[in-house]
Design a protein around this ligand. Structure first.
Ligand SMILES: [Mg+2]
Ligand SMILES: [Zn+2]
Length: 224
């Protein structure tokens, strides 16, 4: 782990689904409103038969008709890791930039952050709006895709982490794979931890943000 004695060279990137939120909200949302039919599309994505843009479009196509009220009521049932607040305080006290990178949808990420009084974190995600015909998507970063992602995390780390800074990545799943080669320090759990372990990629395991806060303050003793 690199540490050059100042705190101001760290840049943190975090996944949302299953990392900040305790569950994979995107997956649960499509599953719920399609009565499980979305899982066939998800299986194709897991087997790399389709990219994540095709996955989102396929999952959305399997949804029954829904109203915005129903959708947001469902989204409001999801919780975040409560220790994320403590982590965010550490990051903000030390003026460390934090970016949220997701191959999910801005619509539920922004809603859940707001529900938890969390403001001001730049979110880079795919965009969805609710129309009478279901979701309408926009993929603002698709042109920078690696071919597998709709919103490739590797691209954002490359463009947002200044030369000479140490990038920290926090994630849990398959949509985080493109972040791995770009990150100097990786915090991983679940699928991502197993993947790093198998591929012999160095990573720090975590269960929740309280563990990350503890490890960062140990590794970077200058943090206040
Ligand atoms: Mg995730
Ligand atoms: Zn990618």
């Amino acid at each position: 782990m690199k540490s050059n004695g100042t705190n101001h060279n760290l840049v943190v990137f975090s996944d949302f689904d299953g990392t900040i939120s305790t569950q994979d909200v995107g997956n649960r949302l499509f599953h719920h409103f399609s009565q499980g039919k979305s899982e066939e599309t998800v299986g194709k994505w897991q087997r790399n038969e389709i990219d994540s843009r095709q996955c989102l479009i396929g999952e959305a196509a399997s949804m029954r008709p829904f109203t915005a009220d129903e959708l947001f009521e469902f989204i409001d049932s999801f919780e975040i890791d409560t220790s994320f607040h403590e982590f965010l305080s550490l990051i903000r006290r030390n003026d460390i930039p934090l970016y949220l990178l997701s191959d999910g949808l801005d619509l539920y990420i922004n809603r859940i952050l707001a529900n938890n009084n969390i403001n001001g974190i730049p979110v880079f995600a795919n965009k969805a709006i609710v129309t009478p015909d279901g979701f309408k998507f926009e993929f603002p970063y698709f042109e920078h895709s690696c071919g597998s992602c709709a919103n490739c995390k590797g691209y954002h780390i490359k463009t947002l982490c200044p030369e000479g800074h140490t990038s920290i990545y926090i994630g849990d799943g398959k949509s985080d794979l493109c972040a791995l080669p770009e990150a100097d320090i990786i915090f991983a759990k679940d699928y991502l931890a197993n993947y790093c372990h198998e591929k012999k990629i160095e990573f720090l395991p975590f269960d929740n943000f309280s563990g990350i806060t503890k490890l960062l303050t140990e590794q970077f003793p200058n943090l206040i």
